[in-house]
Each structure stands twice: as structure tokens, then as C-alpha cells.
Design a protein around this ligand. Structure first.
Ligand SMILES: NC(=O)c1ccc[n+]([C@@H]2O[C@H](COP(=O)([O-])OP(=O)(O)OC[C@H]3O[C@@H](n4cnc5c(N)ncnc54)[C@H](O)[C@@H]3O)[C@@H](O)[C@H]2O)c1
Ligand SMILES: O=C(O)C[C@H](O)C(=O)O
Length: 319
């Protein structure tokens, strides 16, 4: 049984995730965590969720908190606090402002719940995952980011539509940055268990167009309705369930890589990783030459931005 805490529960993504995750049988307590001053909102949210659970027959206990001691006893913490981008911005535009928010929460979590597993959602997620890892002082396998799991699901939806099959027939993965330098792993893409290059219809597959659609999906949805909620929310819920129920799945999430991935190390970026109740562990994989080159560019961009952001945070801490 597990206590799951959603930091940023007053936000659009946080509140949806809290509701979605509470349905899983092993979630005993759902703690809605927010900033001091938001107690009334959080209490209202807790009551609204309890009504929903009564209607659905869910037995999860809902609590809320705004002070660090409320984080104690958490098995999984999902960090969604931060500014969302406007349709005209890139995720990288949010880096410094959100890094300050993530640093503050990471320090609290590192003090109050160092044994929890921390799932970072705040954008730009790869950079925020390194910030969370660094300032929480937690073990690398206990801190990971949503990364390209959402992008992989978006590509899966495009492929299912193109091949006119149920989504469960499609397996595909995207690695690298949750952003413009993301890398589709066509080498690991199958439909009905068949590698796509062996499918006769594949010649017509508009690969570049599909990847552009995945890359622009977030900004398209933000422009149309203000925020992406259900896509990320259910991607986060899947990852949380994978941990709580110890499903031992291999998914692409942002995790600190060591030299096992193309010789890069010391940065959080999405690669295939084993996700268990004990934590998240990157897997040594051989990529195609093209994937490896594209992945190197993605790592370089993330590293440059992460270094800049951490230098500012460190300078501010010394003031
Ligand atoms: N990684 C992904 O795929 C993904 C998907 C969706 C959203 N996101 C990111 O998640 C974050 C939240 O998105 P949202 O749509 O829920 O936004 P939202 O505006 O609805 O919610 C923001 C949350 O952050 C909190 N917050 C804002 N400023 C804060 C501060 N200075 N200190 C502490 N808390 C603060 C708010 O109280 C609220 O709980 C954004 O950074 C967004 O880009 C990431
Ligand atoms: O695009 C965004 O800013 C939100 C999120 O990263 C997404 O891809 O839905």
C-alpha cells in the first residue's frame, strides 16, 4: 500500500493526476500538496474527490497539506508545480523561473521524504529532473522525469491511426529531450509485433510529418484550449501505477544516465528505463547510427541549459 503525494495539486495537471492515481487499488492515501494560502482550495478539492470516490467505489483516503511535514511518509511524490508555457513560448523559456520553484520543493522533499520516488513533471522536464536530483540530494534511481513517455504515446496514437489498428498493437519509443530535439526510435517500432520496415504499407508512412505533429502537439493543444491535461495526466498515472504496483515495465523516461547510454553521463534525459517499486534504472541499449547522432545533439542542448540554470541557482544560494 502506498501514500502518493501530488505537489502542485491545485494546478490543472496536478488535480487531474490526483484523481486518476487515486483509482489504483494500492494507493492507500492521496495527499494533495500546495502552497501555503491554498488550504481552502485544497480542502474543497479533497471533498470533491471524496464524493467522486464514493460514486466510483474507491477506498483511497484523501488528505491535504501545505507544510513540509505533510510530505513525510510519501512513497511516491509527483512534482507538477511550476509555470506552464504560453503557446508562443518554448518549454526552455520556463527554465530558470521553474528551476527556482523545483529547487525549493526538491530541498523539502530531500529532507522530509528522501526514501520516496520523485516523479518530475514541471517543464522543461529534463532540466527540472536534474535540478530536483541535485537539490534533493536523493539517490539517482529515486528521481526521474516524465520525459518522452508522453511523446512516445503521441507517436503511438499517430501510428495506430495510420495503420488503422488498435493502439495496443503499436509499440514505439521516443528518446532524448521532451522538446524539439527528441529522437524517434524507428528501429524499435512495431505494429502487430512486426518491425515497421517489414510492413508493406510502410513506404507511405509520413515519418517526418508524424514527428512534427508529436513535437508541436503541446503548443497546438495549449493554443486551442489553454493547457495539456489528459495526455500528460494519464501518462503520469501510468508511470505512478507502474511503481506502486511494481509492474517492472520498460518505458522511456528522463533519468540520470551513466556511461551505459552511448558514453554520455551525468545528465537527465529520456532513455529506455526499467521502472520498479525500487526505482528507475536506465538500460544499456544499442541505437542505430542516426539515432545515436540525434541523441548526442539532444544531450548537448539539455546539458548546456542545465549547466546555465544550475550556475544561476548556485550563485543565488551563495547570496
Ligand atoms: N512534462 C510534461 O509533459 C508536462 C505536461 C504538462 C504540463 N507540464 C508542466 O507542468 C507544470 C504545471 O502545469 P499546469 O498546466 O498544471 O499549470 P497550472 O498553472 O494549472 O498549475 C501550476 C501549479 O504550480 C503552482 N505554482 C505556480 N507558481 C508557483 C510558485 N512560484 N511556487 C510554488 N508553486 C507554484 C500552482 O500553485 C499550481 O499548483 C508546468 O510547468 C507545465 O509546463 C509538463
Ligand atoms: O507542451 C507543453 O508545454 C506541456 C507538455 O510538455 C506537453 O507536451 O503536453
Amino acid at each position: 500500500m502506498a501514500k502518493v503525494t501530488i505537489v502542485g495539486a491545485t494546478g490543472q495537471v496536478g488535480s487531474y493526476v490526483a484523481h486518476a492515481v487515486s483509482q489504483f487499488p494500492h494507493v492507500q492515501e492521496m495527499c494533495l500538496y500546495g502552497r501555503p494560502g491554498n488550504e481552502t482550495y485544497l480542502d474543497g478539492l479533497a471533498h470533491d474527490m471524496m464524493d467522486s470516490f464514493a460514486a466510483r467505489g474507491t477506498n483511497t483516503r484523501v488528505t491535504f497539506g501545505t507544510t513540509p511535514k505533510d510530505l513525510r511518509g510519501s512513497d511516491i511524490i509527483v512534482l507538477t508545480s511550476g509555470i506552464p508555457r504560453k503557446a508562443t513560448q518554448t518549454r526552455l523559456d520556463l527554465a530558470l523561473e521553474n528551476a527556482r520553484i523545483v529547487k525549493g520543493y526538491a530541498e523539502q522533499i530531500g529532507r522530509m521524504a528522501p526514501e520516496a520516488i520523485l516523479l518530475v513533471v514541471t517543464n522543461p522536464v529534463d532540466i527540472m529532473t536534474t535540478v530536483a536530483l541535485k537539490y534533493s540530494g536523493m539517490m539517482p534511481h529515486r528521481v526521474f522525469g516524465l520525459g518522452t513517455h508522453l511523446d512516445s504515446m503521441r507517436l503511438k496514437a499517430c501510428l495506430a491511426e495510420f495503420f488503422n489498428v488498435h493502439v495496443s498493437e503499436v509499440h514505439t519509443r521516443i528518446i532524448g529531450e521532451h522538446g524539439d530535439t527528441m529522437v524517434p526510435m524507428w528501429s524499435a517500432t512495431t505494429v502487430g509485433g512486426i518491425q515497421i520496415d517489414n510492413l508493406l504499407g510502410v513506404a507511405r508512412l509520413p515519418r517526418e510529418e508524424m514527428i512534427q505533429r508529436v513535437k508541436s502537439s503541446g503548443s497546438y493543444i495549449i493554443q486551442a484550449k489553454g493547457a495539456t491535461v489528459y495526455g500528460p495526466g494519464d501518462a503520469i498515472a501510468t508511470l505512478t501505477r507502474t511503481i506502486v504496483e511494481d509492474e517492472n515495465r520498460m518505458l522511456t523516461v528522463s533519468t540520470q544516465i551513466r556511461r551505459e547510454v552511448c558514453g554520455h553521463e551525468g545528465i537527465c534525459v529520456s532513455v529506455p528505463a526499467r521502472i520498479t517499486r525500487g526505482g528507475v534504472f536506465p538500460i544499456a541499449v544499442k541505437f542505430s547510427d542516426e539515432e545515436e547522432q540525434m541523441f548526442a545533439k539532444s544531450v548537448q542542448l539539455i546539458r548546456e541549459t542545465t549547466d546555465k540554470v544550475c550556475a544561476v541557482l548556485d550563485a543565488e544560494s551563495r547570496l
